[in-house]
Structures are given as structure tokens and as C-alpha cells.
Ligand binder design. Structure first.
Ligand code: HPA
Length: 272
């Protein structure tokens, strides 16, 4: 079965169970899955029930899709995502975004945990992604192009919608939250970066570094979905502070700021 057919089957399966017609999709980054618990009229499905969806082993235990309502908007929230560092092709990593695009979800909010490269940032800050640099060494569109998804050479001059970034700024203002803006660089991982790499990325114009988001953003744009990206700066990147990096710090920071993060997401969704 072709990739297009697998994506279509997953989308049809979800449509048949009442997950069609959503106003926005939200991909929840590491430690940010709680947002899905606050949805009204929530209807959850574990990833392993959805045909062709990347296996739970790839994603971690909490993999589930939750449909529900936030401030009158129908939301599909994805708690848990596949990462490139797990060894899977980028087409697998981007499968969920393909399915949301096939379901004609008009807006996709991609969230992640990221290391702060910009020394003006502090741990716990939220950064609206203005643009990205793809250092994954590959692209989810590599291989034969299926024109039913989009064109062979899609434009990437505004991956993160200017309109949605302005909405995010207004939403942050309305709830009295200060947000940062910047460029997200995606790396393969799973090792964290060296201080020399972080200095290099700073020179390249990056403000934050992480191991996700870019594959989903590229396929979403390929399909004409409007994208917003929000990074939680869970730690300062390697060498910024004289401290080793540890995944526990990433989880601890997301725990600390999840209230603000959820408030921002809800305020954004209200304004879509
Ligand atoms: N580097 C890469 N990915 C990350 C980091 C980091 O410092 N923090 C959270 N995700």
C-alpha cells in the first residue's frame, strides 16, 4: 500500500469516529501533553488503535490523539510524537501531520521543548518560532512526490504563518505573558549538542535548538496547512551555562511552566 493510501486510511478511520472537521491540530512536545487533559467533551484514542500510525514503541507510552473543544473551537491534540532520533524515516516522523492535513485541519500548532541558544533567553521562556533551520540532514519530502499532497518543490518562505504569529503575540498580551521570538534549528540527536555546535548555530542565526517540529512543519506547508510553532526553552543550550545537560531538567522545566503554556495555547485557539 502506498504512503498516500496509508495516510488516507488513517484519516478515514478517524473521520468515521468523529474526529473530522477540527478547527486546529496541536502537537504537544515533551512534558506538554497535559493540555489534552483540559479539553471539554474529550474523545481519546490510543495511537496503536489508528491504522498505520507509528507504533507506540516509537513514541513512548502516552501516545494518544484527543479530540475535544477549547473556547468553542474543535481541537485535535496529539500527545506524543515520533522523532527522527528513534531511527525512523522522516515520512514516519511526519505521518501524524500528513493525517491532519488529509483531514483538512486548517491550522497546526507545533510545540516542543528546546534548548536556548540566544543568551537573552532564560529557562522557562516561551518562544514563538519565526523561522527554522533544518539541520536534520534530510527532509520529509525526499523520495517520489505525490501531487495529491502537494507540489515537488514547495515554497518555504513563510513556514510559520505571520498571521498566526501575530495572533500568538496578541494572545500572550491578553494574558499578560511575555514571549520571545526566534529561529529554531532542528538537529538529528539524540545526543545533545557540543558547546562548539551551539556557538556555530548562534553564528548561523539560531535562537533555540531541538530535535522535532521541522519535519511536521515542512509536510504541513506542503499540504497548505497554516503553521504556528511554540518552543518551551527548557534549558540553556550546551556551553551557555557551566552545567551539563540532562533530560530531567527538560521535564522539570515543562512541569514548571505548563500552566502558562496551556494558558497561551488556549488564548491562541480562542483567537483563530
Ligand atoms: N538540545 C536539543 N534538544 C533539546 C534541548 C537541547 O538543549 N532541550 C530540549 N530539547
Amino acid at each position: 500500500m502506498s504512503y498516500f493510501d496509508r495516510v488516507s486510511e488513517a484519516a478515514e478511520w478517524l473521520r468515521g469516529r468523529g474526529y473530522g472537521g477540527a478547527d486546529v491540530g496541536v502537537v504537544l512536545g515533551s512534558g506538554l501533553g497535559d493540555f489534552a487533559d483540559g479539553l471539554a467533551d474529550a474523545l481519546a484514542v490510543p495511537y496503536h488503535d489508528i491504522p498505520h500510525w507509528p507504533a507506540a514503541a516509537v513514541i513512548g507510552h502516552a501516545g494518544r490523539l484527543v479530540g475535544g473543544t477549547v473556547r468553542g473551537k474543535r481541537v485535535l491534540a496529539l500527545s506524543g510524537r515520533a522523532h527522527f532520533y528513534e531511527g525512523h524515516p522522516l515520512t514516519t516522523v511526519a505521518f501524524a501531520a500528513r493525517v491532519l492535513g488529509t483531514l483538512r485541519v486548517p491550522h497546526l500548532v507545533l510545540t516542543n521543548a528546546a534548548g536556548g541558544i540566544n543568551t537573552k533567553f532564560s529557562t522557562g521562556a516561551l518562544m514563538i518560532i519565526d523561522d527554522h533551520i533544518n539541520l536534520l540532514g534530510s527532509n520529509p519530502l525526499v523520495g517520489g512526490n505525490d501531487e495529491r499532497f502537494g507540489v515537488r518543490f514547495p515554497d518555504m518562505s513563510e513556514v510559520y504563518s505571520r498571521r498566526l504569529r501575530a495572533i500568538a503575540d496578541r494572545a500572550a498580551d491578553a494574558i499578560g505573558l511575555q514571549v520571545e521570538h526566534g529561529v529554531y534549528v532542528a538537529v538529528h540527536g539524540p545526543s545533545y549538542e557540543t558547546p562548539a555546535e551551539i556557538r556555530a548555530f548562534r553564528t548561523l542565526g539560531a535562537d533555540a535548538v531541538g530535535m522535532s517540529t521541522v519535519p511536521e512543519a515542512i509536510v504541513a506547508r506542503h499540504m497548505g496547512v497554516e503553521v504556528l510553532g511554540i518552543s518551551c526553552i527548557t534549558n540553556m543550550a550546551a556551553g551557555v551555562l557551566p552545567l551539563p545537560l540532562h533530560h530531567d531538567e527538560v521535564m522539570e522545566t515543562t512541569r514548571r511552566i505548563r500552566g502558562q503554556f496551556i494558558a497561551l495555547l488556549e488564548a491562541v485557539i480562542e483567537r483563530l
